[in-house]
Design a protein around this ligand. Structure first.
Ligand code: HEM
Length: 321
């Protein structure tokens, strides 16, 4: 073989190897922050009773407060949209550690709830398998169990997140607002890898739970005081179903951010057809909701050696409860 052809063969092999290495690097980099390392069997060996424990605590809490499942899924959403799903929302103020809690931003203050139930879950898990289950994973699993208990779909929850050690008030201040126009909502979702179908499906969680009247389209005009609670879904308030989309079609969604998915000028070409689809088929809605929840749960999780497993989800001075 001539020296030049031997050289070109070696060069080709070398470039093939380089390409393969680059592809692998790109894949592993791309996967980081998109659910890399998560798995539905993560705790099978280390905390096999996990699911039953979380389910039992939520079921007990629900007896006294029918709204708890709705409140818990909202915590997972507000956690994942700020710094990824790392349990940062659960952290209390801790000046020594430089932590300023996300609980006091507009979207959470006197609004996000269910923190005591998360504490109860964590306490029960620490009794059964100390130092194993992260607070971020508790939120992800609690969200799925809550939907299922309310009659919604179930899905295979990806687990293995670790907990963040810092809060991010600036990002929490940028959580979607009920008064955001559609394009702003779309942008806030798109920035986290969530498309229009995810936006329409995930807002379908407003099929249960409550809202304070000052956030609604009518804005307490029925004479209530600010803070008065209204059902997000007036038809089946505590059931997870597709009635929410029917409300939208009748102009009866509670939040302006719900109704814009149909009424905004850009809705016709983007979200409105999806609203109609989900209103026509609960099966289609459930399938997409489950898929979008998995996508949301994959937003920048901490895995491997990052983060920690908190003993106390509020982490005040790192002491257990
Ligand atoms: C598109 C952006 C969204 C906006 C602007 C929004 C806004 C709101 C507002 C203003 C409330 C009432 C809070 C209060 O009165 O204190 C609320 C409640 C709720 N949100 Fe959303 N939300 C959005 C997306 C989501 C998503 C993605 C989920 C879950 C996947 C979700 C689940 C819930 C639930 C279940 C409640 C009722 C909570 C309870 O009763 O405690 N929301 N949302």
């Amino acid at each position: 073989m001539a020296a030049s052809s031997r050289f070109s063969l070696a060069a080709a092999r070398c470039s093939l190897f380089l390409t393969a290495a680059l592809v692998l690097l790109a894949l592993s980099h791309g996967a980081h922050g998109h659910g890399a390392g998560l798995s539905s069997s993560f705790y099978d060996g280390s905390c096999p009773g996990m699911r039953d424990i979380v389910r039992r605590v939520i079921q007990d809490a629900r007896v006294a407060d029918a709204r708890i499942p709705a409140s818990l899924i909202r915590l997972h959403f507000h956690d994942c949209f700020v710094n990824g799903c790392d349990g940062s929302l659960l952290l209390d103020d801790d000046l020594q550690a430089g932590i300023m809690t996300e609980k006091k931003v507009l979207a959470n203050n006197r609004s996000a709830r269910g923190f005591d139930v998360v504490d109860d879950i964590k306490r029960a898990l620490e009794n059964a398998c100390p130092g194993i289950v992260s607070c971020a994973d508790i939120l992800a699993l609690a969200a799925e169990i809550s939907v299922e208990l309310a009659g919604g779909p179930s899905w295979s929850v990806q687990l293995g997140r670790r907990d963040g050690t810092s809060a991010n008030i600036e990002s929490a201040n940028n959580l979607p607002s009920p008064f955001d126009p559609l394009e702003t909502l779309q942008e806030k979702f798109r920035n986290l890898g969530l498309d229009d179908t995810d936006l329409v499906a995930l807002q379908g969680a407003h099929t249960f739970g409550r809202t304070q009247c000052q956030f609604t389209q009518r804005n307490c005009t029925a004479g209530q005081r600010a803070g008065a609670l209204l059902n997000l879904d007036g038809v089946t308030p505590d059931v997870f179903d597709n009635k929410y989309y029917g409300n939208l079609l009748q102009g009866r969604a509670q939040l302006p951010s719900d109704q814009v998915m149909l009424s905004d000028p850009v809705a016709a070409a983007t979200t409105a057809p999806i609203v109609r689809r989900f209103s026509g088929s609960q099966k289609d809605f459930f399938k997409n909701f489950a898929a979008s929840m998995v996508k949301m749960g994959n937003i920048s999780p901490l895995t491997g050696r990052d983060g920690e497993i908190r003993k106390n989800c509020r982490r005040v001075n790192k002491k257990p409860y």
